[in-house]
Design a protein around this ligand. Structure first.
Ligand code: ISL
Ligand code: CA
Length: 530
């Protein structure tokens, strides 16, 4: 099918934390191969692999040292080829992470072809996303280089034809191997305003997010590479609104198929500061999602996600990770899966895995978290206060190892895991997946519904009860099908007029009795009629 990715469900693997096959405590490619049956059982269509390229792991692989080599901890290129072959044999597809805003400072280009990077005699005031200045002085050269992320992630200079051609050649190399597309890391940051002006309080985003030449670069990339293959592309685009989003994803733009928007991920924080909590209402969250749903009604296509390797676990964030963990995990999945777009599942989400709280900072591994901690300690803030921020938003929440079994190390490794396993693995793991009431079984059902009902792809999206503080309700409609989704985001029991149609799926084993529609805590119910 043309645009097969509209019907697909994607599963993101963070390889370091997925499955260790050789006991060194680090997940690897052979581990993924061992678990392909599991993914087939779940029913997903596409695997997105976070970076597996050779890397010194300053940012867990998002600092690429060699684009054509596999990170030695993860295996070899033979392992990769074996993985790809096995994925295809199962009728699934595999997309790779494409990290081309920056490389590792250990990439050969940084020494042998420094002109591929961005150099200035004097730094401006831009701050890096991981704290401190975005500029690093290089003694030998007597100049500063730009790094929007860690100082071991120098930004490539996309102004240079040679840089662009080198990246396109690298992309062709992987596509010719047979991979099925790319998730493109911070792809909307490639083009920097060449005047490099200071930003307000060091915030330079106005000068490199959706920068002056970004659409030109992506059209060129599409022309030279993407359009020659039957693939899917998803651009990661922080701080991007729907209008710009449409420019990236409208078919006539000839750029990307989908983007990851971040607007809903920012709902519980102060603007531009992920560490600063903000209370939000369901009304607000829903407004954001509706805005994107309606903006992409005619053209473009949404990605749908609650989780990834940078975000806290959704059940801890938008649900209840104690009493109603199972119900709220299923409710969140319901809410997401029936919207218009391609759903993305992050490893462990199908088990309702939760956030982590380590006591000591030394248990944490993420560079963003560690930099934040040390920066804040220097400013005199207390350990306890900073840890509270890390518990809420730290990226390691998503990076604890996959919980396969109730046995030693959750069946993730026979060795010492690179990061501590969440102690709740004894009750939260894949062993219970065959139970009909498991979260896993519920995901299986949702995935198969997505294949069956054309309304999920074609249907319009419309909200009900727009001002309700607790219940998220919407309908999807074509001329022949009608679907109504009710999701209770609260612990209160609520009642509504009974909608027409059969119950298609729900997250409680038995529907509540009565003439009216009753929604118990975190209950989700979907109605369908033709
Ligand atoms: O503002 C941010 C950081 O606090 C985020 O929106 C940031 O832009 C986003 O996390 C970018 O993420 C991607 O690129 C990073 C990498 O560390 C992440 O893991 C990756 O998903 C640098 O490559
Ligand atoms: Ca290993």
């Amino acid at each position: 099918m043309k645009e097969w990715w509209k019907n697909a469900v994607v599963y993101q693997i963070y390889p370091r934390s997925f499955k260790d096959s050789n006991g060194d405590g680090i997940g690897d490619l052979q581990g993924i191969i061992q678990k392909l049956d599991y993914l087939e059982e779940l029913g997903i269509d596409v695997i997105w692999l976070s970076p597996v390229y050779d890397s010194p792991n300053d940012d867990n692989g998002y600092d690429v040292r060699h684009y054509h080599k596999i990170m030695k901890e993860f295996g070899t290129m033979d392992d990769f080829d074996e993985l790809l072959e096995n994925v295809h044999k199962k009728g699934m597809r595999l997309i790779m992470d494409l990290v081309v805003n920056h490389t590792s400072d250990e990439h050969d280009w940084f020494r042998s072809r420094p002109d591929m990077y961005i150099w200035r005699d004097k730094p401006n005031n831009w701050r890096s996303f991981f704290g401190g200045s975005a500029w690093q002085y290089d003694e030998a050269r007597g100049q500063y280089y730009l790094h929007l992320f860690s100082k071991k992630q120098p930004d490539l200079n996309w102004e240079k034809e040679g840089v662009r051609q080198a990246i396109y050649a690298m992309m062709r190399w992987w596509l010719d191997k047979g991979i099925d597309g790319f998730r493109m890391d911070v792809i909307n940051m490639l083009s920097k305003d060449q005047r490099f002006p200071d930003g307000p309080a060091g915030d330079g985003t106005a000068y490199f997010i959706n920068g002056p030449k970004i659409h030109h670069y992506l059209k060129e990339m599409n022309d030279e590479v993407l359009c020659h293959y039957d693939i899917v592309t998803v651009g990661e685009t922080p701080q991007t609104g729907p209008e710009e989003g449409l420019r990236y994803t409208s078919p006539e733009s000839r750029e990307l198929n989908m983007i990851f928007t971040f607007e809903h991920m920012g709902v519980d924080q102060e603007l531009g500061n992920k560490w600063q909590p903000r209370t939000y209402s369901l009304v607000e969250l829903r407004k954001i999602l509706e805005k994107w749903q309606s903006a992409f009604q005619e053209k473009g296509w949404n990605s749908l996600y609650w989780n990834n390797h940078d975000q806290p676990r959704s059940v801890s964030r938008f649900g209840d990770d104690h009493v109603y963990r199972v119900e709220s995990a299923k409710m969140l999945a319901t809410c997401l899966f029936f919207m218009r777009g391609t759903p993305f599942i992050y490893q462990g989400e199908e088990l309702g895995m939760t956030n982590i709280q380590y006591e000591g900072i030394e248990k944490y591994k993420d560079i963003e978290t560690l930099n934040h901690y040390h920066e804040q300690r220097k400013q005199g803030r207390s350990h306890e206060k900073i840890m509270q921020e890390i518990y809420r938003r730290g990226r390691d929440n998503a990076r604890t190892p996959m919980q396969w079994t109730s046995g030693p190390n959750a069946g993730f490794t026979t060795g010492v895991p690179w990061i501590d396993i969440n102690s709740n693995y004894r009750s939260i793991n894949t062993e219970s997946r065959h139970h009909p009431q498991s979260i896993f079984a519920y995901y299986q059902a949702l995935i198969s519904l997505r294949k069956k009902l054309p309304v999920l792809i074609a249907g319009d999206f419309m909200l009900f009860h727009k001002e309700d503080e607790e219940v998220f309700a919407y309908e999807r409609k074509t001329e022949t099908e009608h679907l109504i989704v009710y999701c209770n985001f609260s612990t209160n029991t609520r009642s509504f007029e009974q909608p027409d149609g059969e119950v298609l799926i729900g997250n409680y084993s038995k529907p509540a009795r009565g003439k009216r529609l009753t929604l118990r805590p975190y209950e989700a119910l979907v109605f369908y009629r033709q």
